[in-house]
Design a protein around this ligand. Sequence first.
Ligand code: TTP
Ligand code: MG
Length: 555
Amino acid sequence: MDNEQCLDNHSNTIIHIDVDCFYAQVEMLRNPDLNNVPMGVSQKRFVVTCNYIARSVGIKKMMLITEAKEKCPELVLINGEDLHDYRQYSYKITELLLHSFNLVERLGLDENFIDATSEVNKRLQVCEGNLDPVGNVFGDTSDLCDCGCTERLKMGAIIAQELRDKIKSELKLTTCAGIAHNKLLAKIAGSRHKPNQQTIVFPNSAVELMLSLPSLTKIPGLGQKLCKDLETLGITNLEDLQNCDLTQLSNLLGPEKARVIYDLSFGIDRSVVKTTGKPQSIGIEDSKHITAETEVTEKLHELLSRLLLLVAEDGRIPRTIRLTVRQTNKTSRLTVRESRQCNINPSLFNCKDISQLPEHNINKIMSIIMRLFSKLVDTQRPYHLSLLGLAFTKFLEKPNIRSTLTKFLYNNMEVQSITDIENKYDTGKNSPKDSSPSTSYFDNSDSDIEQSTKKSKMENIIARRRIQNSEDCESPCKLKVADLRLNSIEKSSDENQNVPCPPNADEKVFRELPNDLQLELWKEYKKSRERIEGESLIRTKKSKTNTILNYLVKR
Ligand code: TTP
Ligand code: MG
């Protein structure tokens, strides 16, 4: 069945994987001495998580440090405010899962849903005999459904075990898994037996599993606020929700939301596993109290440096920068959180390692940030900030011009279209104020704020080709081409003329390309010819598909 139609007819097999005491495990990997002592990870005044030794003496997630220390004076606390290593592990886990499955959805840092439906069906086609359930089974198994879901979920459990073993052997992390025919049940099932275990829930036990939840807030997706709203209808527990008047619920929440929540109470969840992909924004915030401009620049500079590290790890090039401030009005005591963003010239990140940007580029980015700041905060009057945040959004994939340009042109990568960027473009109506704050970062040049969204010649060529050939569904989107231009090599005046067209390339298209790209193609052609001549080897199939030259070769 299609992933889009995740109906509650038990066709799908979903696996939910959650890392055991995630931050604590990462800390224990860093320092194995912590393996055999009660330890917790702290952030501000809280123990955000702790290992299972600490849990055995009553320490709980999100316990106040004071309370935890009272309960267990020998508790070792590690500061976990720097999320860097946790993030690294988090992405490694998702990446590992993506090696085996296309449909992997991240939830927070340590949870992933996997839609294993097609793999399960494939394996079952060649599987003979009954399968034994691997791991725990929730509920009664005497009256199982005969639609085929029993065998599918058992196969799902075999796959879950394989994935958990792989995470353990490659990343040294233990995990829990839940296996069910939908995401809701898989997530709840996984939490039944912890740590380092897995649990299947068959559809006949769905309602029992839901009723085993201690409160409404434990239903994934129902926050405190929604539960408070439900209380106004007298719905305070799961049975209340199952027996509620759907019309009243619809009046309160709207018909769609009401139906979703009502169904959840019976273990019915039609949501599908969506591949998360890379994050749409990478941001960082600090909730320090600030009242002076020097502190603002200092803090933003610090945030920018930390943010560049994260962006460097991500590997993409940001297109937009967003500044967030939270300020309190002294008189009204009202706290307002506001953001402003603008496009940023990607060439500012033209550096092998974004975390090592030259000072000059950093200063340019800072000047853009300070300009955004002056739009958000009236710097001529006293102000009181309680939070500053920076984020990069709308990323471009960083092309490796030698080997992945074709891929870059063809792949349907997750990049924002220029149209989207235009809509949020932030230099039109809201031009910067004339009065510049007294900061060295502040200059009035707009050169690094990207102005032009006009179609490039190349974009037009591609667009034309696209229209001409309706089958050309692989044509690159505008932005990919624009990026291609930005990242292609600088041209010299000599190189502008008469770049030979490689044989077999479509000369008409070749001639319409920018010179720098023509030159790159020619160089690549020459290189590959030299290689063939020198080594008298025939090009491998792989290198053939990877060359940019092939993009232009007539088909
Ligand atoms: P969880 O998966 O909820 O907790 P956990 O992995 O530590 O423990 P468990 O074995 O029960 O799965 O959260 C993942 C990480 O997120 C956790 O290690 C610490 C962090 N975290 C917070 O920062 N704030 C929170 O409120 C919670 C619950 C967790
Ligand atoms: Mg966890």
